[in-house]
Design a protein. Structure first.
Length: 253
């Protein structure tokens, strides 16, 4: 089973001494170099008929039923009050549930934010990502429009943990994550899912290109695995500082 808390990160680029993991795509405005367009007519079509990875009809309707329950909950009403100008839709919630609960779909989906090989063309990368256009647009809006702000006092010094399934040597300590990044506020979660070879990143918020969108979304209430204390980042508008890097067998400050 794919593990969201442990990934094979690939550095997409280094700009102004900042690592970038994955690509930030444009979903709403045409003409941008990274604009992508939907391959399927809507989210349901994308999930059930996706040529890269599809969700079974049974699982889709299970998640859809869960979505309807959550959409009528007080928790969603509380989240909606944070941004009354932007409707929180069932498509937002369903995309989040598919990310949290459908491991194979999530794995293929997350992979479209980064190149398959270092020499994959921009056109090829955008073509693959278009298979997950609706899922990606909804998930990023869920985080950036309805997430918890990292500039709030209670979050500003919080540490988020994520495993990497290989040894990486970092010459810079500031990075941005453009694709989905599942973290946990509980270090033991990342350690539990770590491989025999790899590291655990301990990340802290540094700064953001768009302060109002320096956000994460707490998935615990909605996930099938609430004990994982999952916090989701996506979009790359915020920058992280590596607080420290933990090997499975020791911590390096």
């Amino acid at each position: 089973m794919h593990n969201k808390f442990n990934s094979n990160l690939q550095v997409n680029d280094v700009v102004n001494d900042i690592y970038a993991f994955g690509q930030r795509f444009e979903y709403e405005y045409a003409g941008n170099a990274w604009s992508v367009y939907p391959k399927y007519k809507d989210l349901k079509d994308e999930a059930l008929n996706n040529k890269l990875c599809r969700i079974s009809v049974r699982v889709y309707y299970e998640e859809y039923a869960n979505c309807n329950v959550f959409m009528s909950s007080e928790r969603i009403r509380d989240i909606q009050r944070q941004n009354p100008l932007k409707p929180l839709t069932s498509e937002h919630m369903l995309s989040l549930l598919m990310y949290c609960d459908c491991d194979k779909y999530q794995n293929e989906w997350s992979g479209t934010f980064r190149r398959m090989q270092g020499n994959e063309s921009d056109i090829s990368l955008k073509r693959r990502h278009s298979h997950f256009y609706h899922s990606s647009k909804n998930l990023r809006e869920m985080v950036e429009e309805f997430g918890s702000s990292l500039i709030d006092k209670e979050n500003k010094h919080r540490t988020f943990y994520h495993g990497v399934s290989q040894i990486l040597y970092f010459h810079r300590t500031v990075t941005q994550f453009n694709g989905p990044l599942s973290t946990s506020t509980d270090c033991s979660v990342a350690l539990r899912f770590s491989n025999d070879v790899g590291i655990i990143l301990a990340l802290k918020y540094s700064w953001s290109t768009y302060m109002l969108k320096a956000k994460y979304f707490s998935c615990s209430y909605f996930s099938d695995y609430p004990n994982e204390k999952e916090c989701l980042f996506i979009g790359g508008t915020l920058y992280f500082l590596y607080n420290h890097i933990m090997f499975d067998w020791l911590t390096m400050k």
